[in-house]
Design a protein around this ligand. Structure first.
Ligand code: THG
Length: 288
């Protein structure tokens, strides 16, 4: 079960039991007033800087989301995607709830991007999947539909299966669908983390697809978010999640620890490299 993504130069292969692939979350105006203001002004310098910074910090793929109040995403998302592709050579994850914006971004995106996202809603399936096929992209399938997000892991699995089957029916390979088992805010629902972990186990066992999570969602509203994310991520990796959308600066080491514990990192080379690179960045910043 390999999902192959491509940037202008780099190819990224996502597969179970290999080192975890990091999708950098930071080009997203949620909770970031400065980025939102830059996007409304059409200023893409901030976007370029964040792309470069996240790749230095260990991101293998860059998520691009420009959804803020006052932004015309159909106009801005393709521009933001091109701005990112100008400065980094890794694959791009096109993140929008607007089908039109996704199509506009796909039309200009170099390489083989990941579309974020489709879900079990009939309308989304009918509109997004043909675009994924047309542009030979890969896609994230959210385990939710028009009735919302099920609390039952088996119901989330059923939606995942529906998305994979529908993709396959129009000629998209099963491995080009990455399932998002959905991380919800644990401060609002104490069972949310467990439901996500159970869903990951089921999807891994029953479908075998690669699995993502917008992992930072889990810690919204709680103190020491980094610690919460680290604990949650380690357990999610053990359950079978292998390509989270995270802040690489804050989650890279925790993910390297998970891979090390799971016997995927001979001589701790990956952990040590992550440590060295983050040390070097901290030193460079201290000198500035
Ligand atoms: N699944 C999929 N895609 C997604 C999500 C998901 N895309 C968006 C989101 N959820 C994942 N990305 C983020 C980005 C930022 C934050 C959380 C999830 C975040 N930001 C800080 C805040 O809002 O407080 C502010 C940023 C900072 O200062 O670091 O937490 O679930 N497929």
């Amino acid at each position: 079960m390999k999902t192959v993504l491509r940037g202008t130069k780099k190819e990224v292969v996502i597969q179970p039991d290999a080192l975890t692939v990091i999708i950098g979350e930071r080009i997203n105006p949620t909770g970031r007033k400065k980025l939102a203001a830059a996007l409304v002004a059409g200023d893409l310098e901030y976007v370029r800087r964040e792309a470069v910074a996240q790749v230095r910090e260990g991101a293998h793929v860059i998520d691009v989301n420009v959804g803020a109040a006052g932004v015309d995403e159909v106009d801005l998302l393709p521009k933001a995607v091109l701005a990112v592709a100008e400065v980094v050579d890794v694959p791009i994850c096109i993140d929008s709830s607007s089908v039109e914006a996704i199509e506009a971004a796909l039309a200009v995106c170099p390489g083989r991007p990941l579309v974020n996202s489709v879900n079990g809603e009939e309308e989304k399936l009918e509109r997004i999947l043909p675009l994924v096929k047309k542009y030979n992209a890969a896609v994230i399938g959210l385990t939710m539909d028009d009735k919302g997000i099920p609390n039952d892991p088996h119901e989330r699995l059923a939606i995942a299966k529906k998305i994979v089957d529908r993709a396959e029916a129009i000629g998209i390979a099963r491995e080009d669908v990455i399932i998002d088992c959905l991380a919800l805010t644990m401060g609002a629902d104490s069972k949310a983390g467990l439901v996500t972990l159970k869903t990951i186990e089921l999807v891994r066992k029953e479908l075998g697809n690669n699995i993502t999570l917008g992992a930072s969602n889990a810690s919204f509203g709680l103190p020491e978010r980094e610690v919460i994310n680290a604990g949650f991520l380690a357990m999610a990796v053990y359950a079978g999640m292998n390509c989270p959308i995270v802040n690489p600066r804050k989650s890279r080491l925790a993910l390297a620890v998970a891979d090390l514990v799971l016997g995927r990192d001979d001589y701790a080379m990956n952990y040590l490299r992550a440590y060295r690179e983050l040390q070097k960045l901290a030193q460079e910043e201290a000198q500035q």
